[in-house]
Design a binder for this molecule. Structure first.
Ligand SMILES: [Zn+2]
Length: 435
């Protein structure tokens, strides 16, 4: 069995499923109907490096160390992040020990070797834009089949097209908005979070339509790859997993962020990395398995579960890693009382969240705040509730999570000027010295 893992960077759960929510159809819709859909997947962090590291290692950020600032007072806009700890093994490393090939095509500067995400891959190609990335993947698949290779493989693809096009100037948003097909714009307005599109001509709403359109286009790229796997007769021996590493905020909690004033970027209610709210943590996660029927799974899961799930689906259960996640290969056996975690905001004081069933506990520092949400009654997290027993229990688990955290990794990782500029172009880092 082979595995293809596809990340759509910066894609909110609600926007990814906009098409299905509005009754609109695209070519991806029929693929979606055949997928195993995880309805409540939690990203372990609201930004790329720690979240993708968790996906690739099956470990939480407190264990793998990538992107961990701890309570050092440093943030992503002032200091480059710590890399993946060398003593944590990645899924590609473990699979290659079993004779797999592991290859990636990515459009994300955090795959620079110094951050550690490439560990275990024999090759990671950088491709800018979804068209080039998808065609590089297709070429690799075609060449692999043409060579008659029977070596099982892990192919990892990382698309960046939904990332921050909507955070440009008003003029740029307007010019991008003018290319959004009308039916896509209308669907985005209809399903926009909260009252974001109460005034459809407002810049915020147009920015959201641009964002939704980029995800619409990414769905077409998924179709392209799935169809290629099918035409190459690979789909009956390949599991395909699609996920996003975190979502994106469109003013969902802007007023609160203005009040708290803890975002070290000095901006509020936009982008990602700034909080542990659901607009940043609730992500799409879906899979196709040649021997498994379509299914919707309502249990709370976490991206740390993906590595152990792939190990099980590939028939490599005893890979030898100490996962924090658990296999989702038999979803009917998932523990409903299980607690999963998220942590490592990029721009502000330490926050940790624990999820169990419908409950979500968020513990913040500086100033200390403890919030409990019932996500079934209040999915947009506007009205914290009080349930002393649940709060005490989840607080205890959060204390354990933090107590087990490894200390923040070594100081500034030095990057060449061009490498630093690539991260600055993503809007992640401010004035950090290059080598
Ligand atoms: Zn990301």
């Amino acid at each position: 069995m082979n595995a293809v893992v596809i990340c759509l960077d910066t894609v909110r759960f609600d926007t990814f499923w906009m098409v299905e929510r509005t009754g609109l159809e695209d070519e991806f819709s029929s693929w979606a109907k055949r997928a195993i859909r995880f309805e409540r997947a939690v990203a372990p962090s609201p930004w790329t490096l720690p979240s993708v590291a968790s996906l690739l290692t099956g470990r939480y950020p407190n264990a793998h160390g990538a992107g961990v600032y701890g309570d050092s007072g440093d943030h992503l806009n002032t200091r480059l992040p710590a890399p993946l700890s060398p003593d944590v093994q990645t899924l590609p490393e473990l699979l290659r020990l079993r004779g797999y090939r592991a290859v990636g095509f990515v459009d994300q500067s955090f795959f620079h070797p110094k951050f550690g995400l490439v560990r275990g891959f024999e090759r990671v190609g950088l491709q800018v834009g979804r068209e080039k990335l998808a065609s590089a993947a297709e070429s690799w698949l075609r060449a692999t089949v043409a060579a008659g290779s029977t070596t099982p493989f892990l192919l990892y693809l990382h698309f960046l097209d939904a990332h921050r096009h909507h955070m440009k100037s008003e003029e740029e948003i307007l010019s991008r908005w003018e290319t959004v097909p009308e039916r896509v714009g209308e669907a985005a307005i209809e399903t926009a979070p909260g009252d974001l599109c109460a005034a459809p001509d407002a810049n915020w709403c147009r920015a959201y339509q641009v964002y939704a359109h980029s995800i619409w286009e990414l769905r077409a790229s998924l179709v392209q790859i799935l169809e290629r796997l099918q035409s190459l007769a690979l789909l009956d021996r390949t599991v395909v997993v699609v996920y996003s590493d975190h979502g994106e905020e469109f003013a969902d909690h802007r007023a609160e962020q203005v009040r708290r004033g803890t975002d070290s970027r000095g901006i509020h209610g936009v982008g990602h990395g700034q909080s542990l709210y659901q607009e940043l943590l609730h992500v799409p996660l879906l899979a196709w398995h040649p021997d498994r029927p379509a299914q919707r799974i309502d249990a709370v899961v976490n991206l740390v579960d993906v590595a152990p799930t792939l190990a099980a689906w590939l028939g490599e259960r005893d890979l030898g890693s100490e996962w924090d996640g658990q296999s989702l290969a038999e979803p009917e056996r998932l523990d409903a009382a299980r607690t999963v975690f998220a942590s490592e905001v990029a721009f502000g004081p330490v926050e940790t969240a624990a999820f169990r069933g419908n409950w979500k506990r968020v513990v913040r520092t500086e100033p200390e705040e403890r919030l409990l949400f019932d996500l079934s009654a209040d999915p947009r997290e506007k009205d914290p509730v009080t349930r002393p027993e649940i709060e005490a229990e989840l607080d205890g688990l959060i204390d354990d999570y933090r107590a087990n955290a490894r200390p923040p990794g070594p100081g500034v990782m030095e990057l060449q000027k061009a490498e630093l500029q690539a991260l600055q172009a993503l809007g992640y880092v401010g004035d950090v010295e290059a080598e």
